[in-house]
Design a protein around this ligand. Structure first.
Ligand SMILES: C[S@@+](CC[C@H](N)C(=O)[O-])C[C@H]1O[C@@H](n2cnc3c(N)ncnc32)[C@H](O)[C@@H]1O
Length: 148
């Protein structure tokens, strides 16, 4: 069980770091709890995940694919597992900012090298990359990318 505070803490963080982003895509959002927290803070959130069982929030019950029409201002992922790289690639394709809190890798890489790798992928795609730690238990490192 992850830290149940993670949804509110990440939503607070996102609103502060990306104050102009209104339409936020929450990729690999599980049940949609981050969506709820963002909605409570006045953002329009859309969650992508393959889980059929979820909260009554705007929810795209599918994987995010490169051909998904883009209507987002910001892409985010909280412990998005196999979708972490997908988030960075889709954000690069559409020149959108992103913020991810990596958890498990998609290639068996251990946690710290995986976090570094995500930052490297983003830099290679042209993002200015910054990092921060959320005040939560467990995997808390946030990797953010912006085009400057
Ligand atoms: C560890 S859970 C985290 C869920 C939620 N963000 C949270 O913090 O509770 C990882 C989620 O990633 C989803 N997932 C993995 N790859 C995905 C992809 N390519 N597109 C969308 N969802 C994906 C899984 O279905 C799962 O719900």
């Amino acid at each position: 069980m992850g830290d149940l505070q993670r949804f509110d803490r990440f939503a607070d963080f996102l609103v502060k770091e990306f104050p102009t982003a209104q339409r936020i895509w929450d990729i690999a959002g599980g049940m949609g709890k981050l969506n709820e927290a963002l909605t409570a803070r006045g953002r329009q959130a859309l969650t992508f995940d393959v889980r059929p069982k979820h909260l009554p929030v705007p929810f795209a019950e599918r994987l995010l694919m490169p051909d998904e029409p883009c209507t987002a201002d910001l892409l985010v992922g909280l412990h998005p597992d196999g979708a972490t790289r997908v988030i960075v690639e889709y954000a690069a394709q559409h020149r959108l900012p992103f913020a991810v809190i990596p958890c498990c890798s998609d290639n068996s890489m251990p946690y710290k090298p995986w976090v570094r790798h995500i930052g490297e992928i983003a830099r290679e795609a042209g993002f200015a990359v910054t990092e921060a730690d959320l005040p939560i238990q467990g995997r808390k490192r946030v990797v953010m990318g912006r085009f400057v």
